[in-house]
Design a binder for this molecule. Sequence first.
Ligand code: ATP
Ligand code: MG
Length: 164
Amino acid sequence: MSAEIALPTARDTQAFGVRLAALLRAGDLIVLTGDLGAGKTTFTQGVGEGLGVRGPVTSPTFVIARVHPSLVGGPDLVHVDAYRLAGALELDDLDLDADLDAGVVVVEWGAGLAELLSAERLEITLTGQASRLARVVGVGSRWETPEAVQALAAVCRATTEVPH
Ligand SMILES: Nc1ncnc2c1ncn2[C@@H]1O[C@H](COP(=O)(O)OP(=O)(O)OP(=O)(O)O)[C@@H](O)[C@H]1O
Ligand SMILES: [Mg+2]
């Protein structure tokens, strides 16, 4: 499944995260790609809000991985910033496998690294400055069931249609 959606404002990016969170469950991995300031953290803040985890979700400047516990008995949010990670070995050191079981893992700058964590993931690429876009690709059987494809498509449609 693959879709492209428009994210004109930061609020749209956050709202997209909130909507997407409704589909997420423990074990899900989201790999975020996009230049500096593309909106990766803004999106993750929406996911945190949607999941109902303890905030605030911020740019993890000194912390590479931060666990935000659920306040509603759902999955925790594990927010990883792989920007400073030298490679897959260091990602391995974070020992995220246990977190992946208990929570939703969102990795900023994860392309090329985080794929190693799970064969099943959502890849979200944020692009553009004047007109921002997100490309959403579901990888693996988790995202290939008719239910998942339909739910993801509905989230993407709802996001595109956000009124401004
Ligand atoms: N459509 C938009 N989507 C997301 N952020 C936007 C948008 N328009 C403006 N912004 C602003 O751009 C900035 C995006 O910052 P954010 O920290 O989310 O990006 P990032 O990709 O996480 O950056 P970094 O690479 O430093 O981690 C915020 O200040 C946000 O308010
Ligand atoms: Mg960020």
